[in-house]
Design a protein around this ligand. Structure first.
Ligand code: RIB
Length: 309
């Protein structure tokens, strides 16, 4: 089995469920509150770990209660964070509102996540050489993401980059990405094209033309489109009742990394990742909603397509 190295953010998520999102200047009453572990990096690392991958996670936590709680939680989960950094700043937090449709609004305050610098990565670069697949997102400094991609590419490691939150990428960075995972907004931001104008296949082709080796375009309730120079697959989503869509994309990325590390073919890996994120949206919170490998395998066996009249 290949070794997965996730480098990215950790947040403490403060989640309130609401009927509808408030307008500017408005105070509203929430329906429920949940504090849980989150952060796109941590969510993907925990997902890959719970879904059977051999994972190491490099993150940065603050010297505060949230940082200590997070560290204790990783220990309980059995996630290896031994090369992570502790900084004398507040840990990352995310304030999340979830509405009745399960859609969310998120405000992140990066705190310690911003201390995960290129200089620190150079100190722990042997972790990259000891891994096979490096997984990254965009909640740590962009310069750090570029440094990791540069090192991993030079060491001939596979790089999976989930460009969340959305941002533009340097032309030479995208050429170092083996697996680019993006949603519709992220694909539009990177390519400068509009899906409405050119369609989903053309936007994936635009990202491939920019130099990514393989592109996975996630389409929420519709599924995902996968393409590289040899093959293309469209995997439809499973029909489930969405309670909270938070971390659906992270669960998808972690699950995909776990499946790739087991040497599964693309179609099988994408179906597994789609099933993992379907289970995730039926539960509240980021990390509390990530299923185990057993749950995903059972879901794939028992799923019955709903009959639409
Ligand atoms: O992708 C979901 C995550 O985004 C949350 O866990 C929150 O911490 C933000 O990073």
């Amino acid at each position: 089995m290949e070794k997965i190295l996730v480098i990215g953010s950790s947040n403490t998520d403060l989640i309130a469920t609401v009927k509808v999102f408030p307008a500017a200047g408005e105070t509203i009453t929430g329906k429920s509150f949940l504090q849980a572990m989150g952060g796109k990096g941590a969510n993907q690392a925990v997902a890959a770990h719970k879904l059977g991958g051999k994972v190491k996670f490099i993150t940065c936590l603050g010297k505060d209660a949230n940082g200590q709680n997070t560290l204790n939680y990783y220990k309980e989960e059995g996630l290896d964070v031994s090369s992570s950094l502790i900084a004398d700043v507040p840990s990352g937090t995310a304030i999340i509102l979830v509405d009745e449709k399960g859609e969310n609004c998120i405000v992140i305050t990066p705190g310690a996540n911003n201390m995960l610098s290129s200089e620190y990565i150079l100190q722990v670069e042997e972790e990259i050489s000891a891994s096979d697949l490096v997984v990254l997102q965009m909640e740590i400094p962009y310069e750090t993401v570029k440094t990791v991609c540069e090192l991993a590419h030079r060491m001939k490691k596979r790089v999976m980059l989930n460009v969340a939150p959305a941002r533009q990428l340097d032309a030479d960075l995208i050429k170092k990405i083996d697996i680019l995972v993006v949603n519709e907004t992220e694909a539009e931001t990177i390519s400068g094209e509009k899906i409405e104008a050119i369609g989903i296949e053309a936007i994936v082709d635009a990202l491939l033309a920019m130099g990514a080796d393989t592109v996975v375009l996630t389409l929420g309730k519709k599924g995902c489109l996968f393409k590289n120079n040899e093959i293309a697959h469209f995997i439809p989503a499973f029909s489930v009742k969405t309670l909270d869509s938070t971390a659906a994309g992270d669960t998808f990325c972690g699950a995909l990394a776990a499946e790739i590390s087991r040497g599964r073919d693309w179609e099988e890996a994408l179906k597994f990742a789609t099933a993992a994120s379907a289970i995730c949206v039926t539960r509240m919170g980021a990390q509390p909603s990530i299923p185990t490998e057993k749950e995903v395998r059972e879901f794939l066996i028992s799923y019955i397509e709903p009959v639409i009249n």
